[in-house]
Ligand binder design. Structure first.
Ligand SMILES: Nc1ccn([C@@H]2O[C@H](COP(=O)(O)O)[C@@H](O)[C@H]2O)c(=O)n1
Ligand SMILES: O=P(O)(O)OC[C@H](O)CO
Length: 321
């Protein structure tokens, strides 16, 4: 685990309020190694071993919970094996001695429809509209908000669902390519208008606003989790949430949001935005060559959050404004 000396010292001096585990983009499939569209190697079978080692480490460290930032299975997984692959990954997560909070990603939705995926991931079991946003407060000082970045998207909903039709219209107006996953010709932040991305819908925006009001009243610090990154400085433009500006406008109305965690953009990244909010995109488990890892432990303090990364997942201290 790479860990600068001053962080080791800080860790020895002060006990965190709470520690939890993080991992993103396992994208497991029982298929040979491959590459991304841009040629980056992807190790579909090895990612299972990365997850397995993560869970062992989290148990050794007695972490209170874990967050999976999405994409547990890959879109190349043969569709008759989707359920088996999801079960294999969830069995590995279930070896963790604590709750695991899951986010959905585009690759999850390539494999299973929401009505199968959400119960499997124990997301919103009592919710009948198949949305995947929720919140939890593991200690009184902190609130975690999980956003559903595919709330409005052209994947994961039935073909004739209003969300699918609305999203296809949205993409047609912004991306002239016949392959709506191609950013060819799109410039700057407009390169995010791709089929493998999505948006946070209006109901979810209103809900987010209400939760942030409540957190403010309770004097809680907030960590936002979304599979899709929310800040262009932390991520490739191609990976951003379609309406990241709208979501960040809501977040910036409040002082309580300190950190946004994301996945999707496999190389990872970090930025501090104009309001002092940290954005940390996690390096993908899928892109770890055999024998290497990408997972982490996060320590929460009153004035900062420290991510201790293993191997390819970079260590990051995020001091609050
Ligand atoms: N620069 C790019 C990136 C992607 N695409 C398209 O998206 C698909 C998924 O990309 P992966 O990196 O996850 O393999 C890919 O098959 C392309 O259709 C693209 O066109 N240009
Ligand atoms: O996880 P994928 O395969 O959808 O890839 C997403 C891209 O890395 C976003 O830039």
């Amino acid at each position: 685990m790479g860990c600068p000396n001053n962080l080791v010292k800080a860790q020895q001096e002060e006990q965190p309020l709470l520690s939890f585990g993080v991992i993103s983009d396992v994208q497991y499939a029982d298929i040979p190694d491959g590459r991304s569209f841009l040629g980056v190697p992807r190790y579909y079978r090895h990612s299972f071993h990365v997850l397995h080692r993560a869970v062992q480490r989290w148990n050794d460290q007695k972490l209170k919970f874990a967050i999976n930032l999405g994409d547990i299975v890959d879109g190349f997984c043969p569709k008759d094996q989707s359920l088996t692959a999801v079960k294999k990954i969830l069995d590995a997560f279930n070896l963790f001695n604590g709750p695991v909070y899951h986010l959905i990603g585009n690759h999850c939705l390539y494999n299973l429809p929401r009505e199968k995926l959400l119960p499997a991931l124990n997301i919103n079991p009592s919710c009948d509209n198949l949305t995947a946003y929720y919140e939890f407060s593991p200690i009184p000082e902190y609130r975690f908000i999980v956003l559903d970045g595919y709330d409005v998207s052209a994947i994961g909903w039935p073909e004739d669902h209003p969300n699918t039709l609305k999203s296809l219209n949205f993409l047609n107006e912004r991306n002239p390519n016949s392959d709506k996953n191609s950013p060819n010709g799109l410039v700057g932040r407009d390169r995010r208008f791709l089929m493998f991305n999505g948006a946070v819908g209006s109901d979810q925006i209103e809900w987010l606003d209400r939760v942030l009001q409540d957190a403010t009243v309770l004097d809680q610090k907030v960590v936002i989790c979304c599979h899709l990154p929310l800040d262009p400085e932390a991520s490739s433009k191609e990976a951003l949430l379609w309406n990241y500006e709208e979501v960040m406008d809501v977040i910036h109305r409040y002082e309580c949001v300190k950190v946004c965690l994301a996945g999707h953009d496999h190389k990872g990244g970090h930025s501090v935005d104009s309001h002092g909010v940290h954005h940390r995109v996690l390096e993908a488990a899928l892109e770890c060559p055999p024998g290497t890892d990408a997972f982490g432990r996060v320590d929460l303090f009153h004035d900062r959050l420290v991510l201790f990364g293993t191997d390819r997942l970079m260590t990051q201290e995020m001091v609050f404004r």
